[in-house]
Design a protein. Structure first.
Length: 196
């Protein structure tokens, strides 16, 4: 199969390699997906650069795309003003004021990033007086059942036309280093997607 990978941390144009690797075989509880497009996830870019806290090379070769779209090819054992109740926050530090303004008392904020400020100052009393639950999360730690429910719900919303998403063209698989640089620059709005 065609793939882009790295075998050490570093700048995208120095460590990303485009080439052929053997086709994978799914194991128990896994699927094989023929990927048609892949999004450049900021967490993949940070890990490839070695910029995530505690980053280590978990494998000798890493294919950095955790966001992909394609077709499953092989399956092995696949079994009015009151405010909002929930916020999924993409930059906790940058959006604290806005979140406090719109979250309903007793609401929950689930945040998976705070790129503008990695260690933000928490507005403790305003959150406390609204009895807000703050939940920090990372998709890699979500239990499989919850992950499956979320994926199914997103698929339903997409099929019903209830979601839209900004796509930033990232070129072809051979343009992966340039696509990583688009994400690193932080000036794009949406997900950088590479055609496979």
């Amino acid at each position: 199969m065609k793939a882009v990978w790295y075998e050490r941390f570093g700048p995208a144009d120095e460590v990303l390699t485009h080439g052929e690797i053997p086709d994978p075989s799914p194991g128990p509880g896994e699927v094989l997906v023929r990927v048609h497009a892949t999004g450049i996830n900021p967490s993949d870019v940070k890990l490839r650069a070695g910029a995530r806290p505690g980053a280590t090379m978990a494998y000798p070769r890493v294919i950095p795309q955790s966001d992909g779209a394609g077709v499953i090819e092989a399956v092995m054992d696949l079994t009015g003003g009151a405010g909002v109740d929930r916020i999924v926050e993409v930059d906790f530090a940058a959006n604290q004021d806005a979140s406090l303004a719109v979250i309903k008392p007793g609401g929950t904020i689930a945040s998976y990033a705070s790129a503008s400020q990695m260690a933000p100052t928490l507005q403790f009393y305003p959150f406390m007086f609204k009895d807000v639950t703050l939940r920090m999360l990372i998709v890699y730690q979500i239990d499989p059942a919850t992950h499956a429910r979320g994926a199914a719900q997103l698929a339903d919303w997409l099929a019903a036309g209830q979601l839209s998403h900004a796509v930033v063209p990232g070129g072809a698989l051979t343009d992966m280093a340039a696509a990583h640089k688009l994400v690193e620059a932080g000036e794009k709005l949406g997900t950088v997607v590479v055609r496979v």
